[in-house]
Design a protein around this ligand. Structure first.
Ligand SMILES: Nc1ncnc2c1ncn2[C@@H]1O[C@H](COP(=O)(O)OP(=O)(O)O)[C@@H](O)[C@H]1O
Ligand SMILES: [Mg+2]
Length: 283
């Protein structure tokens, strides 16, 4: 089947994920126009490109946001939508939305100054987790065991002087088994799911967690699809932890990697993403 639309790929580097996406597009006869996020320029008035729909694969949150807003402005639909990425890329906004939608999520308190951060930590209780509102791969997060440690970490964060480290996202520490759960959502479906096992309390694949295929329980399926819908849907990785009280969603990733997931499950996630994008383009 040959397609009548051109897929735009907005990317930073061609990782295995992007290779698989390009291969899936080629198999389906879908022409791809590449937009390298380090090179592309965005005039206020659209000029001279082909893409009818853009798939965002940039690893940069700020580049993604501006680019998606420009494509929207040019009348080009994107996966994911600007609003979805803006929401999911900011842990504060994402937590608010999950709470509003009644999706179980860890207890979280946000503070806007170092002084208030200490209070927030007291309100949450120790151990607690401190996260930068914007970030990924578990970077610059801290597990805080007591008030003394809290003061030191907050002092360090304040010294960084960056806006992202001047807002304090404080979360209860979930006593989970040595793993978390990830479900990769494409539209209305869970395309694949896995455990990520690690001795490190941060079970990110980027930190060396071991991936293992799993099939979602009905409870997990329900929570995952509710979380995805709550943030506006699309292609999303919903991350959950097994808390003593049941499953909680701690993150919805708007531009997820899936190399580990494809490896662990044998599922061609890229093909599912491309089929979803093609389906959207036909509408
Ligand atoms: N509140 C928490 N309690 C225990 N572990 C957590 C908590 N929050 C995050 N983690 C662990 O840290 C990892 C990274 O946290 P996450 O919020 O997903 O940040 P990132 O965007 O950097 O991936 C999670 O996959 C999980 O294993
Ligand atoms: Mg995460």
């Amino acid at each position: 089947m040959s397609e009548t639309f051109t897929l735009g790929l907005f990317y930073t580097v061609i990782r295995p994920e992007e290779k698989w996406i390009l291969a899936a597009a080629e198999e389906r006869g879908i022409p791809v126009e590449r937009f390298h996020d380090e090179a592309v320029t965005f005039p206020l008035v659209r000029n001279g490109f082909q893409a009818d729909l853009v798939l965002n694969r940039s690893v940069s949150h700020s580049r993604s946001l501006y680019a998606l807003r420009f494509f929207e402005h040019y009348g080009v639909p994107t996966v994911n939508r600007y609003e979805v990425v803006a929401l999911c890329g900011d842990k504060v906004l994402a937590s608010l939305r999950l709470e509003e939608a009644g999706v179980p999520t860890p207890r979280t308190v946000v503070a806007l100054t170092p002084e208030a951060a200490l209070k927030a930590l007291d309100e949450i209780g120790y151990p607690a987790v401190l996260k930068p509102p914007i970030g990924s791969w578990g970077r610059l997060m801290a597990k805080v065991d007591d008030a003394e440690e809290a003061e030191q970490i907050i002092e360090h964060k304040s010294a960084l002087g960056s806006p992202n480290h001047s807002i304090f996202y404080v979360q209860e520490y979930i006593e989970k088994p040595e793993r978390d759960l990830r479900a990769f959502v494409v539209g209305d479906e869970i395309a694949a799911a896995m455990y990520r096992r690690s001795k490190d309390w941060r079970t990110n694949a980027a930190r060396g967690a071991v991936s293992e295929a799993m099939s979602p329980t009905p409870e997990m399926r329900e929570i995952v699809l509710r979380a995805a819908a709550a943030v506006g849907g699309g292609v999303l990785a919903v991350d959950l932890m097994e808390s003593p009280e049941g499953l909680v969603v701690h993150e919805v990733n708007p531009t997820p990697e899936f190399r580990a997931l494809s490896g662990a499950t044998g599922i061609d996630v890229a093909a599912k993403v491309v089929d979803y994008v093609a389906e959207m383009a036909r509408r």
